[in-house]
Design a protein around this ligand. Structure first.
Ligand code: BES
Ligand code: MN
Ligand code: ZN
Length: 496
């Protein structure tokens, strides 16, 4: 089959610092704070205000400093943007950065004094918003319809660490969006392995790949069964991050597993046309984990982290997994497959079992677009997660809130445990309602009693429209939340 070529993609904007507005900056953005007595210009904004009545312009625009408002006016030979930053909280600044990104599409250089009203958390949020709302993906024959601003000059005293963290986290979100957006006639398991290998080499990560024969021989029955009918066979990709510094070999070990279904047709329990449309993004968990892995060194993660990414295409063929088949997972546990569309848990089960049996992890986290039920429960703006450990849950809650990727904890309710029972095997893969909960309970059997969190991000994998830092299409949701957790000095404080 001929695969489409992926044309060159646009790059995110680059950032530098300067003490004064460069003469060649065509767009200058000045922060406007909301205040009970009316909008206030931020401290770094004196210069453009000199010969302009910015307050008249704001009033004419009904602008009161609310985060994300943008008032545009000509100033000398430039464009001046008055950007609402609200109360300059990180959330306000993320929104302001995103609004600014949209206002300056196509521009070469933006200089902004917004950093002057931002603390470090606010600055990185501003950068994250500005980068992520610039995201574009194109396979048009005519190239991208819009280009992100090329360069952003932050006015003020350099704050290298806050900027670097913002860029690392935003870059992870960008990369996860990119991977999830690539169509599945290009993005098969081997394509993902090739992308990941390149990324891993650049990031200094260790890489291992198992092909379909190795998977079969070593007993990865879930991955093998789900990927069996595809013309592009399954893979299991392992990535390894080791922190630098003394004692790092003894650092606690986290295993991150990510669902990597490069297309989910449902298999023989086939999906309807509508439900299949967005299933190129059913590898979002793997994309998020890969993107997080590539950024761990940049944010200084102190843990050892191993990523396990089971990659498979869930399609049909004469060799396809059938409803009623019984498969044997890595390590020997068996599953009766009553619905081939509940494939994510089958591949993740192998990955978790392998982690527990062979990798001596201290804790496990998996990331998956696992159940449509999550959309019903959460709507499209909140992700769900399950955790066996309150300390771990606390870290995830805090990181998710700070990163702007809200997660809500769901119950691992053992009242539903009996629904997993099968007449012939250790478990049934599609025990029915409560779908998200029973899926989590299914996975829990493979976690060896270790502290574990399961992120079911089916609800938030796609944005229906451009809003704040989100762009219509795949979201890369989860990459930022995980990095805000893993950059902590002690990500496991209070866990276990
Ligand atoms: N990939 C889907 C879940 C999904 C649905 C992700 C919508 C994103 C948006 C998953 O493999 C699936 O098909 N789950 C089934 C499970 C059922 C058959 C037990 C579902 O949720 O309907
Ligand atoms: Mn499915
Ligand atoms: Zn799926």
């Amino acid at each position: 089959m001929t695969r489409p070529l992926l044309p060159p993609q646009v790059s995110p904007p680059t950032f530098t610092w300067a003490a004064a507005t460069p003469a060649d900056a065509g767009v200058v953005a000045v922060p406007v704070l909301s205040h009970e007595d009316g909008p206030m210009l931020g401290p770094g904004s004196v210069e453009p205000a000199d010969d302009l009545d910015v307050f008249a312009a704001l009033a004419a625009d009904d602008a009161d400093g609310t985060a994300g408002q943008v008032t545009r006016l000509p100033w000398r030979d430039r464009v001046l943007l008055l950007v609402g930053v609200g109360e300059a909280t990180p959330r306000d600044l993320r929104t302001a950065g995103a609004a600014l990104a949209r206002a300056v599409k196509g521009a070469e250089q933006l200089a902004t004094s917004v950093a002057e009203v931002a603390d470090d958390a606010g600055l990185r949020a501003f950068v994250e918003g500005l980068v992520l709302a610039s995201f574009e993906f194109t396979m048009r024959s005519t190239g991208p319809t819009a280009r992100p601003v090329e360069r952003v000059v932050l006015l003020g005293t350099e704050r290298a660490d806050a900027l670097a963290r913002g860029l690392a986290v935003a870059g992870a979100g960008w990369r996860a969006r990119f991977l999830a957006t690539v169509p599945s006639n290009l993005k098969n398991p081997q394509w993902f392995v090739e992308q990941a290998t390149e990324i891993a080499e650049a990031a200094g990560l260790g890489v291992d790949v198992l092909d379909e024969q190795q998977l079969e021989r070593r007993g990865y029955g879930g991955i093998s069964a789900v990927g069996r009918a595809s013309a592009t066979p399954p893979r299991l990709l392992t990535l390894r991050y080791r922190p630098s510094g003394r004692g790092s070999r003894k650092a606690p070990h986290l295993v991150l597993a990510g669902k990597g279904i490069t297309f989910d047709s449902g298999g023989l329990s086939i999906k309807g046309a509508e439900l299949m449309v967005n299933m190129k993004r059913d590898m979002s968990g793997a994309a998020v984990v890969l993107s997080v892995m590539a950024a761990l060194a940049e944010v200084g993660c102190p843990l050892r982290v191993t990523a396990l990414l089971p990659l498979a295409e869930n399609v049909i063929g004469g060799d396809a997994l059938r409803p009623g088949d019984v498969i044997t997972h890595y390590g020997g546990r068996t599953t009766e497959v009553t619905n081939t569309d509940a494939e994510g848990r089958l591949v993740l089960a192998d990955a978790l079992a392998h982690a527990v049996a062979d990798l001596e992890p201290d804790l496990l986290v998996d990331v998956a677009t696992l159940t449509g039920a999550m959309k019903v429960a959460m709507g499209l703006r909140i992700g769900g997660y399950f955790a066996t450990d309150d300390g771990l849950a606390g870290h995830l809650d805090a990181a998710a809130a700070a990163a702007g990727e809200p997660l809500w904890r769901m119950p691992l309710a053992d009242v539903y445990a009996e629904r997993l029972s099968s007449k012939v095997a250790d478990a049934d893969n599609a025990p029915g309602s409560a779908q998200a909960i029973t899926a989590a309970l299914f996975l829990q059997h493979f976690t060896g009693g270790l502290p574990w969190a399961h992120l079911d991000l089916a609800s938030v994998g796609d944005a229906l429209e451009d809003r704040e830092e989100w762009t219509k299409g795949p979201t890369g949701f989860g990459a930022r939340a995980l990095l805000y957790w893993l950059e902590q000095a002690e990500p496991l404080a209070g866990v276990g």
